[in-house]
Write a protein that binds this ligand. Structure first.
Ligand code: BGP
Length: 478
């Protein structure tokens, strides 16, 4: 008998910029990812201030969900999805972020997508901002560093809330908002990259700008939540954290403290504000020691208190170790690197695979906040090769997902309140960190390659049939 809720939200997750393509179609403006070239595990992608005709920008076509949405959603329905996490691309609705009237063509596209989901009994879970800041706001305001962007964001939120109020009930404000605490987050999350052109591993670490930008995002998130609660009581709004559990490498008390500090500023800082409604005690000292001064306006503290989220969501791919010992081996990671854990194996991209860390994280998060949770990203980015029969036999992906679902179920047995699970990149799409197609996560293979070629046809992988059974049995058959 399944221990998961009867209405458990099984599904998959995507982001507009990583799979829609049609980057300049029907009035859409460029967002930050549209200015990013492709890269690889070893070659960093570039962000450019104008489009260079001799370079490849993978978001421009991506997997062209824009013209394949009916076929793709039908495939999700075939797997039995109850929920589909996707983002609205801000620049389809407001091409520069600064218009006063929305772009009707952009709105119509999401009408069609949501209608198609609902026709298949799939509930959309919408990320309002998934690394998709209008690029015009970067050049004009240095992204979220400027308070002006809050108004642009609220105009966008009000438009989409009203337009889709009968189609969408579940919303997330900012994807992986805590990536803004890390240097790479200047590109993805805060957009504090005005004037920068170059490889993304050379982004300068400007903490002051990022934390000020984050403050504006916290205020914007809280304003959106408050506005939705007041006007659309049927909505539920969540936050979204890139949760990278870390462990102290040794029992040296210095390692324990270093890990506690890393956990605080990497994983807890943003959600403490979004769930509890105020800056946590430990932030003050961190700001002092790092020369950060966050400028707040009168009324900000009240807004943060009034706009706390209804549920907590997070991505979970890996864990890390933290140590003060100089001889430790460095590891790789999605947006933050740490140290190697000798008990864990890594993916082809060096991310340390740790299913039990998911059980641990779910318990830690629930103990802290006591609100419903959802795992809205998880999965294995891998090189897929077709077998003799033409199918991708991705047993490695099935193993990864199975082990994580098992631990999720253990956590539910431990007593946590879990609403659902939407593994990342349910259909192959462009990687966020490296801009590759070769790093695949999907249950559905897409014939699209790193050189930009491929006929975009879709094929079911072995994991497609496996996941269908998992959903059918509500997690009993793994
Ligand atoms: C998360 C992002 C996603 C996604 C995923 C996998 O950080 O929210 O957008 O892409 O990680 O990362 P990558 O694509 O770099 O493998």
């Amino acid at each position: 008998m399944s221990v998961l809720r009867k209405d458990f939200l099984w599904g998959g997750a995507t982001a507009a910029n990583q799979f829609e393509g049609a980057w300049d179609v029907d009035g859409k403006g460029p967002s930050v990812p549209d200015m990013c070239t492709n890269g690889s595990h070893t070659e960093p992608k570039w962000v450019t201030r104008t489009i260079h005709p001799d370079r490849l920008y993978p978001s421009h076509e991506a997997i062209d969900f824009y013209h394949h949405y009916e076929e793709d959603i039908a495939l999700f329905a075939e797997m039995g999805f109850k929920c589909f996490r996707l983002s609205i691309n801000w620049t389809r609705i407001y091409p520069t972020g600064m218009e006063t009237e929305p772009n009707e063509k952009g709105l119509e596209f999401y009408d069609k997508v949501f209608d198609c989901c609902l026709k298949h009994n799939i509930q959309p879970l919408v990320t309002i901002s998934h690394y998709e800041l209008p690029y015009a706001l970067v050049e004009k305001y240095n992204g979220w560093e400027s308070r002006e962007v809050i108004d642009c964001f609220m105009r966008y939120c009000k438009t989409i809330f009203e337009r889709y109020k009968d189609k969408v009930k579940l919303w997330l404000t900012f994807n992986e908002i805590n990536s803004g605490t890390m240097p790479f987050g200047a590109l993805l999350e805060t957009g504090t990259i005005r004037g920068f052109e170059g490889p993304t591993n050379e982004l300068p670490d400007k903490k002051q700008e990022r934390y000020q930008a984050l403050h504006h995002q916290f205020v914007a998130s809280a304003m959106a939540v408050k506005y939705a609660h007041e006007n659309y009581p049927q909505f539920k709004l969540g936050n979204m954290i890139c949760f990278i559990t870390s462990y102290p490498s040794t029992c040296d008390p210095d390692d324990i403290l270093a890990n506690q500090q890393a956990m605080n500023m990497t994983n807890w800082f943003c959600s403490d504000i979004q769930v509890r409604g105020e800056y946590p005690h430990y932030a003050k000292r961190f700001f002092e020691e790092n020369g950060v001064e966050v400028k707040m306006e009168p009324g900000d503290e009240e807004i943060l208190k009034e706009g706390t989220v209804d549920f907590y969501t997070f991505s979970y791919y890996m864990s890390n170790c933290i140590t003060t010992h100089a001889d430790a081996m460095q590891s790789e990671g999605n947006i933050v690197a740490g140290f190697k854990n000798p008990y864990l194996k890594s993916s082809d991209w060096g991310w340390q695979i740790d299913p039990k860390g998911l059980r641990y994280s779910l318990n830690e998060i629930y103990a802290r906040y006591r609100i419903p949770m959802m795992v809205v990203e998880n999965g294995l980015g891998a090189y897929d090769v077709k077998g003799h029969d033409g199918m991708v036999h991705d047993g490695y992906r099935i193993d990864y997902l199975r082990q994580h679902i098992e631990q999720m179920i253990e956590a539910v047995k431990d007593g946590v309140d879990l609403m659902g699970y939407t593994p990342w990149g349910c259909i192959d799409l462009v990687s966020a960190s490296t801009g590759e197609m070769a790093k695949r996560y999907g249950f559905i293979y897409v014939n699209k390659f790193d050189d930009g070629k491929g006929d975009l046809s879709r094929e079911r992988k072995e994991s497609f049939f496996w996941y269908k059974k998992v959903i059918e049995s509500n997690g009993d058959e793994l």
